[in-house]
Design a protein around this ligand. Structure first.
Ligand SMILES: *Cc1c(COP(=O)(O)O)cnc(C)c1O
Length: 226
């Protein structure tokens, strides 16, 4: 077996009988490698740059689910609105507004996750809990009929301190459950997904209730950049 096949098999067996799915993060990797993963059964790919996502979508089989996992600029939403399966990192109402508008233009309802700031690092994007609660109001959400809010996404602090990572993920899970319980009656909210965990912290994320792990280097190998 190739390294890719071995790596994929490992994740497939770890995810078997769980409620958690794999998003294969293929950013910076060449088409041939994505095609190889596709041939091994992968159908959900994650990218963090719009141009690369669009190019790969055009050139690979049409039954792939493309996830935008990175920071998304408003002026680029229009390029992915026609096909994107899930946007993981919605971090402002202005961005959501633009996704709603561009989705309406192409007659789609776009699945989105709200990114929550859980890490210590200042630089990471996302809502904090108070902002999220202020935003998750029926009258606000009613303005966005072409959005379906599927849940939350978060990135833990990049640290070897396992206790801290676990605390951040479990806090996010708690917030997810609380918002989920409060929004069951809302038309465009359907909280089923909690996107947390990457190559170096996915095991902790799964233990803390992740439903989507975003794995790049542990599947495709180290990246040269990105
Ligand atoms: C690159 C990236 C990942 C995957 O990172 P790995 O450490 O290679 O698994 C996950 N999530 C986001 C948002 C990313 O940008």
């Amino acid at each position: 077996m190739t390294d890719l096949a071995t790596n994929l098999k490992k994740f497939q067996s770890e995810l078997e009988h769980t409620n958690c799915q794999l998003v294969a993060v293929s950013k910076t990797k060449p088409l041939a490698l994505l095609q190889e993963a596709y041939d091994l059964g992968v159908r959900v790919f994650g990218e963090n740059k719009v141009q690369e996502l669009v190019d790969k979508h055009e050139q690979l089989p049409k039954d792939i689910e493309w996830h935008m996992i990175g920071h998304l600029q408003r002026n680029k939403v229009k390029y992915i609105a026609p096909f994107v399966a899930l946007i993981h990192a919605v971090d402002s109402e202005r961005l959501l507004q633009e996704i709603n508008k561009r989705s309406a233009n192409v007659d789609r309802v776009t699945n989105c996750l709200l990114q929550i700031h859980i890490a210590e690092e200042e630089t990471k994007f996302g809502f904090d809990e108070a902002e999220l609660r202020a935003f998750m109001q029926p009258e606000t959400l009613a303005k966005y009929p072409n959005i379906k809010l599927k849940g939350l996404m978060g990135m833990a602090t990049n640290t070897s301190n396992e206790k801290q990572v676990r605390k951040e993920f479990s806090g996010l899970k708690k917030l997810f459950e609380s918002i989920k319980a409060e929004t069951t009656a809302l038309e465009n909210v359907d909280f089923t997904e909690l996107s947390m965990g990457m190559s170096n912290d996915y095991k902790i994320a799964m233990e803390e209730g992740s439903t989507m792990i975003r794995i790049g280097s542990s599947i495709f190998g180290a990246r040269n950049y990105g």
